[in-house]
Each structure stands twice: as structure tokens, then as C-alpha cells.
Write a protein that binds this ligand. Structure first.
Ligand SMILES: O=P(O)(O)OC[C@H]1O[C@H](OP(=O)(O)OP(=O)(O)O)[C@H](O)[C@@H]1O
Ligand SMILES: Nc1nc2[nH]cnc2c(=O)[nH]1
Ligand SMILES: [Mg+2]
Length: 163
């Protein structure tokens, strides 16, 4: 699917991500999990933060790729797990179209599946999420960004006047 479908951006800082993951953990703290399965790569950092909050030490991965930046391609499953997910917490950073989530749910039908962010098409596929964003919104994660110089406003405006 094409990158043109994204009309808005939602930028998440490291601080925001950490606060959001901790808020999600408040909804999970009463449950007992055997371990966590992180969906790579996006689920790895949320999974590490959740593991710390819930004191979980056993962590496995499902390695799956669908996007090349904003372009969605076919699903490439590089590694699965040898159980059906019963008693396990399954974690990804987000669910968008739900294509990745649908595949992983087939692999671990009994896992409790959470994402930090969710878009409407994918939302029904996860058991819990923290924040819902619009379908046409691209979420920018802190690991994909860097700090850059920004021109003073007055210079940007003067340049606009020259144009
Ligand atoms: O609901 P979907 O439309 O399937 O999209 C969601 C998936 O897309 C991203 O992964 P991506 O394939 O970009 O790989 P990455 O986690 O390694 O960045 C994201 O981390 C989810 O796993
Ligand atoms: N970073 C990022 N990856 C995605 N993969 C599918 N949707 C998204 C998104 O909104 N942001
Ligand atoms: Mg991913």
C-alpha cells in the first residue's frame, strides 16, 4: 500500500513513549504473565519497558517485517515461537492496517496482545492499547528521528517574503 494514505504525523518523543508505556502497564499489572513475546523490531523497546514494570525476565521474539519506511509490502516472517501464546503477553509498538497483527495472532492465538498505539482498522485485532490515532496518521517514533537545527522564525519568514 502507498505512503500517500498518510496525511498527518504524530511525533512521539522518548519521554512520551515512556509515559505511554507506563500508563499501559497500569492496565496490565494485576495479570500474571509467563513471559513476553516482542514483535520485532517496533515491539522491542515497549517490551523492554513493560518487562521492567511487570518484573518479567523471560522474553521471546516473533521476527516479522511488513514495511519499508511508509511503503507496505508482503509479510516476511523470519522467526516464530513454539507455543500458542497461552499465558504470554504479546507486544508491538502499534497496529495500523492489522496485517501484521492478524498474522501474529494466527501464530499465538492464546496470547494477550497489546500495542501502545492503534489505528481504527487494526484496533479490533488487539486486546488492549493505550492511544488511538486516525487511520491517515503516521506515527513517528523517537528511534527513527534525530535532533536537527531549525532556522530562527524571522529568517524563515524573510525567506518566504523573497520567494
Ligand atoms: O498493522 P500493520 O499495517 O501491519 O502495521 C503495523 C506494523 O508495522 C510496523 O512494523 P514494520 O513492518 O515497519 O517493521 P519494524 O517493526 O521492524 O519497523 C509496526 O511496528 C507494526 O509491527
Ligand atoms: N513508524 C511507523 N511505522 C508504521 N508501520 C505501520 N504504520 C506505521 C506508523 O504509523 N508509524
Ligand atoms: Mg513492526
Amino acid at each position: 500500500m502507498s505512503a500517500n494514505r498518510y496525511q498527518q504525523h504524530f511525533t512521539v518523543s522518548w519521554d512520551q513513549l515512556h509515559r505511554d508505556v507506563r500508563a499501559l502497564c497500569h492496565q496490565l499489572v494485576e495479570r500474571d504473565f509467563k513471559g513476553i513475546v516482542a514483535i520485532t523490531r517496533g515491539g522491542l523497546i515497549p517490551a523492554a519497558l513493560i518487562a521492567r514494570e511487570l518484573n518479567v525476565r523471560l522474553i521471546d521474539t516473533v521476527c516479522i517485517k511488513s514495511y519499508e519506511h511508509k511503503e507496505q509490502g508482503g509479510l516476511d516472517v523470519m522467526k516464530g515461537v513454539d507455543h500458542d501464546g497461552e499465558g504470554w503477553l504479546l507486544v508491538d509498538d502499534l497496529v495500523d492496517t492489522g496485517k501484521t497483527a492478524r498474522k501474529v495472532r494466527e501464530m499465538l492465538p492464546k496470547a494477550h496482545f497489546v500495542t501502545v498505539y492503534a489505528k481504527p482498522e487494526g484496533r479490533p485485532l488487539v486486546d488492549q492499547c493505550l492511544t488511538e490515532v486516525a487511520q491517515d496518521c503516521w506515527i513517528q517514533f523517537p528511534w527513527d528521528m534525530g535532533i536537527a537545527y531549525v532556522q530562527p522564525l524571522v529568517e524563515q519568514v524573510r525567506k518566504g517574503d523573497d520567494a
